[in-house]
Design a protein around this ligand. Structure first.
Ligand SMILES: [Zn+2]
Length: 281
């Protein structure tokens, strides 16, 4: 019995170290475009993109698609221009597609692999094509920077650490006593608050910065991103303490967007066509 448990421990320990070494290799290779931040990634593009496609199909099959011809055309045009900008700057080689879903939620998403969903509830905040380009640019930036893969990798690593610690903390009878359970619980919570949440905030700021560059390269005035965020800041949010929030504060985002604006304006100056704020929505 003891030998069997020792074998399990050894196997898990090996798996953990192998995983850690692979992660360190991956981390030293992957850098996020435009920010150069080193990234921890254990999930392949093929796996990530197939998860993205599955999620996209589920939404498209189960949610009502918007019928408004003009709105569909605007959304398709903005998504085409911004995705072309992302392709020309960072070459993600995605299989792009966009759908406008008729649902009153202020949201949009670009899944890994380039499938974009815009909800009609976000259009009043976008107000014009440039506002929509900022939203789509932000979502595309999350996908190109592989933020979903990074989050998944962090969760897998955290699970490995908790799994291995659980094995090491087991008593002679193979069970976890109360002390061991408390330690494991604290490890899980510590990992969530200490690692995963701060990274979510890093991802948001990073997607703002890259998205602002994409919209500018697509020919939309990047100062509209700041205006958009001032409109978005008015959405009522549940009161969450800042240290527990997955998103940076509105003030922090607006300040960072203003800081990045000269950079984005340079990109706008180089754009082959300039549309300003484009058509009103
Ligand atoms: Zn985001």
């Amino acid at each position: 019995m003891t030998t069997q448990r020792e074998n399990v421990r050894m196997r898990l320990a090996w798996r953990f170290w192998l995983c850690l070494i692979l992660c360190l290799v991956a981390a030293s290779c992957a850098a996020v475009p435009h920010t150069g931040r080193r990234q921890f990634n254990m999930v392949s593009d093929a796996d990530l993109n197939s998860l993205g496609l599955k999620a996209y199909r589920e939404v498209v099959q189960n949610e009502p698609l918007a019928k408004d011809k003009r709105l569909n055309e605007v959304v398709a045009r903005v998504a085409r221009r911004v995705s072309q900008a992302a392709e020309s700057l960072d070459k993600p080689k995605f299989d792009w597609e966009v759908k406008l879903v008729d649902k009153d939620v202020p949201n949009a998403v670009c899944l890994p692999g380039g499938k974009i969903i815009v909800f009609t509830g976000i259009l009043p905040y976008a107000q014009n094509e440039a506002g929509l380009a900022a939203i789509v640019g932000h979502e595309i930036a999350h996908a190109v920077a592989r933020h979903g893969g990074e989050r998944l990798s962090q969760k897998l690593a955290l699970e490995s650490v908790i799994g291995l610690s659980g094995e090491l903390l087991r008593g002679k009878d193979g069970k976890l006593d109360q002390r061991a359970r408390i330690i494991l619980g604290a490890l899980g919570l510590g990992g969530e608050i200490g690692v995963i949440l701060p990274y979510s905030r890093v991802h948001e700021i990073e997607a703002d910065r890259i998205g602002q560059i994409y919209m500018a390269h697509a020919g939309y005035d990047p100062s509209e991103y700041v205006n958009l965020w001032q409109r978005m800041a008015k959405i009522k949010k549940p009161p969450i303490p800042e240290w527990l929030s997955t998103h940076p504060t509105d003030e922090e985002r607006i300040a960072k967007l203003k800081e990045n604006l000269p950079n984005a304006m340079k990109e706008y100056g180089k754009a082959p066509s300039q549309f300003g704020t484009g058509a009103a929505l």
